[in-house]
Design a protein around this ligand. Structure first.
Ligand code: FMN
Length: 381
């Protein structure tokens, strides 16, 4: 499923090693690295890299996909992740076609690397399909991968993605849904375990789900749920996943645009501080999700209906945030931010600080690669 390949070449490795911090050349180091990244798509500090069905299909150098995360998965974050060699995603669910194009062009301006578009489509009805189809078409013209979540797989939407020559992907939570996504013509599937942050389709742990899904389909499977460290990434790849999908860890990236109160809560939390709940169900009931326990407790303790406001750019207004409303806690919210949903997966204990997205990509892939290399040399000599 994956291979450890030397893709940098000695010249690139030497160049990287020869330029020492503080030397006359070091001022140009970052510019040189930028150039190398651009011209050698698989270059990452001269390292050996993990190649999988995912990296080959997408054309990226690292088998990591940043999760769609509503307004937190903005063009800045997606571009930074893609520039670092992984797959950045922008959430465009609910946007009209012109806005989808505008958002994705913002990514294209920042990177020439592949990136993706995420459509969160709960409650999609047959009547909605024509309208959503146009937004999906707009996304498929610019994105390498277009993915969907929180609805049964729809062949009609997959066909639109393919008609614009993009790849289609569905995030699923069960073997049955994985079969339906394969039958709908998807090129990849995301298997989301119950450890995940945000809304959760999976009802069992990621490893058990991977086992079921990998036996059901031959298309590449991306593992999601609680993956915030290189160790969890290595385990998923070793189990047969073609890539890992990472949400919570990137919610704590500098570029994510998450509110500092929320990001600080992620840094302070451990796996045991998250809960699987339906608490944040105002306007979207019966939709289980994982958040920090403290955000549920703060909302329970809050007196009143409106915990704060959020800025709505399209109308240039502050709209109310209701108690238990499932919103993305961006920098553009105000009020009792502690009582807003602090989405967090069980990997949250690995969030130790707020880092640039590129650093997160490097940490995860370097650690996973080291572990897999060590395991492989110990086990096979
Ligand atoms: C803050 C946050 C917002 C999310 N919003 C979305 C979304 O808009 N669309 C989507 O497909 N998944 C969304 N998810 C779920 C992710 O796709 C993914 O399954 C999850 O982040 C993986 O688990 P992890 O957070 O433990 O890495 C969200 C997750 C988080 C943490």
């Amino acid at each position: 499923m994956f291979g450890l390949e030397n893709c940098g070449g000695r010249e690139l490795e030497n160049l990287n090693e020869d330029i020492q911090p503080g030397s006359a050349d070091s001022g140009n180091l970052s510019a040189i690295r930028q150039l190398l990244r651009r011209h050698s798509p698989s270059f990452r500090g001269g390292a050996h890299l993990l190649k999988t069905g995912f990296t080959k299909l997408i054309g990226c150098s690292v088998p990591i996909q940043q999760a769609g995360m509503a307004a937190l998965a903005n063009p800045e974050l997606a571009a930074a992740v893609s520039e670092a060699g992984a797959l950045g995603m922008v959430s465009v669910g609910g946007f009209p076609p012109e806005k989808v194009t505008r958002e994705l062009e913002l990514v294209r301006k920042r990177t020439l690397r592949p990136f993706g578009a995420n459509f969160l489509i709960p409650g999609l009805t047959d009547e909605d399909i024509p309208e959503v189809s146009e937004s999906v078409r707009a996304a498929s013209k610019l994105a390498r991968l277009v993915e969907f979540f929180y609805h049964e797989p729809q062949a009609e939407l997959v066909k639109i993605v393919h008609s614009e020559r993009a790849l289609a992907c569905w995030q699923v939570g069960s073997k049955v849904e994985a079969g339906a996504a394969t039958d709908a013509g998807c090129d990849m599937i995301i298997a989301q375990g119950i450890e995940a942050g945000g809304h959760i389709r999976g009802r069992i742990g990621l490893m058990a789900l991977l086992d079921q899904v990998l036996s059901k389909t031959d298309i590449p499977v991306i593992a999601a749920g609680g993956i915030s460290s290189g160790r969890a990434m290595a385990a998923s790849l070793a189990a047969g996943a073609a890539a890992v999908r990472v949400g919570t860890r990137f919610a704590a990236a500098e570029e994510a645009g998450a509110h500092p109160v929320y990001q600080r809560a992620l840094v302070k939390s451990e796996a045991e501080d998250t809960i699987f709940t339906e608490a944040f169900g105002t306007g979207w009931p019966n939709a289980p999700h994982r958040v920090t326990r403290s955000s549920v407790e703060a909302a329970q303790a809050f007196q009143g209906e409106e915990v704060g406001q959020r800025y709505v750019k399209s109308s240039d207004e502050w709209a109310p945030v209701l108690r238990f409303q499932p919103i993305a806690v961006t920098k553009e919210v105000r009020g009792n931010v502690e009582a807003m949903p602090h989405w967090a997966g069980e990997g949250v204990g690995s969030v130790k600080s707020i880092l640039p997205a590129a650093k997160i990509v490097d940490q995860l892939s370097d650690e996973a690669e080291k572990l897999l290399r060590r395991w492989s040399s110990q086990s096979f000599g």
